[in-house]
Ligand binder design. Sequence first.
Ligand SMILES: C[S@@+](CC[C@H](N)C(=O)[O-])C[C@H]1O[C@@H](n2cnc3c(N)ncnc32)[C@H](O)[C@@H]1O
Length: 435
Amino acid sequence: MVTSPPSPAHQKVTIRDIGREGDGIGQLENGQIVFVPGTLPGEEVKLRLNDQETELLERLNDSPVRVEAGCSLAGICGGCVLQHMQDSALLDWKVARVEKALGQAGFQELPPPQRFQAAPHTRRRMDFALQRVEGGITLGLHARKGAPVDMTACLLLHPRLAALLPPLREVLGSLGALTGRGGLNVNLLDSGPDLTLETPAPLSSSDQAKLAAFAKEWDIPRISWRAGPGKPLETVAQWQPVHHQFGQTKVSPPAGAFMQATQEMEAMIAAAVIAGLPALNRKDRIFELYAGCGTLTFPLAQHGHVQAYEGHAGAIAALQAATHGTRVTGFSRDLNRQPLLPQDLKAARVVVLDPPHAGAGAQIAPLVRSEVRDVVYVSCNPQALETDLASLAQAGFEVLAWTVIDQFLWSAEVESVIVLSRDPKRIRKARKAAA
Ligand SMILES: C[S@@+](CC[C@H](N)C(=O)[O-])C[C@H]1O[C@@H](n2cnc3c(N)ncnc32)[C@H](O)[C@@H]1O
């Protein structure tokens, strides 16, 4: 068969790497870097190029780690951008991302990492997009570019939440307040699913009655509402107490609270943090920054007195309300506007920090200038990790242990726990144990 050479608008490219959004990365003949969704390193692809975008026409070979994606929405729904990759290869890639971030931060000598990966059907937190469409609503995650994709299947969601999707679609579709786009945060707590709804128009009394009936029928202790992200929250229906256990302590998380995405990986994060603590005596204080409503705080309190700092008013109120009889003191503090200064950190034997996606920002410089010698850093973003830890590397900290947690299976997200110290004795001991 005679094949015509590719036209100038068509080009063959070999995928060399995976980018931080999960797309394959290749290079055009003119040197331009292109991102090709759904492709893996080693695959040769034929692309159509125009000014606006690059379109994948054909994949000419398969990577040895390519697998058939199991979900009928793979490639359409924006939730799983790497479901076509073997799980073990995906975890290897995530470990390599964290290793690269640590290397670029300045840590050359690293012990072997610990690594964990979430199982399917364990996701207990999800932010859904809602959109009014003809005849009902779409309830799902956004496509890579564009509108939400109706979640008619999901291999990630916990079965308790997956079972709620059809009745939720029905009740939300019947609300007059959902006139256009909206949102729904779902957290599966010990007390049951906790729902926070956002609609463009306020809920009418008939909408509220429908949601209250739905809550009872589907055993949902609380449904809250707000006009949009950051807007004040109102409780629409609550007919049972809301609670969740962290360590040995029961907390009542606020609506829309930050929760680790799966219970099993939360336990791995907590275990890695606790294993990373230096030897503590009764008087020692653990300073915990970005504590949320206590996920790590209460497990940590079994090992020392915890001073927990958090900027979200609802989260710190929930944490403070649960401290009775524990060794925890909670402080409401915006650590960007008012970071803990070296003198504030004098009492800290160890600092545990779990900052948001953007990293610890203004808190890093005073931490480096303080006398704190032991730090455990929990990260959900390798880029921010690299930026923050570069300052610690320069200040003489070394990595004693690191753990990579693939909590957001089939996505490009990666979590890690990094144990650092600038105590020469502890560093020597860790090196000896690793040898
Ligand atoms: C990744 S979450 C970790 C929460 C908690 N450690 C957990 O595992 O559930 C980051 C936390 O940092 C808090 N946060 C974000 N910016 C902050 C700031 N400027 N000051 C204090 N806390 C902040 C958020 O409210 C959130 O609770």
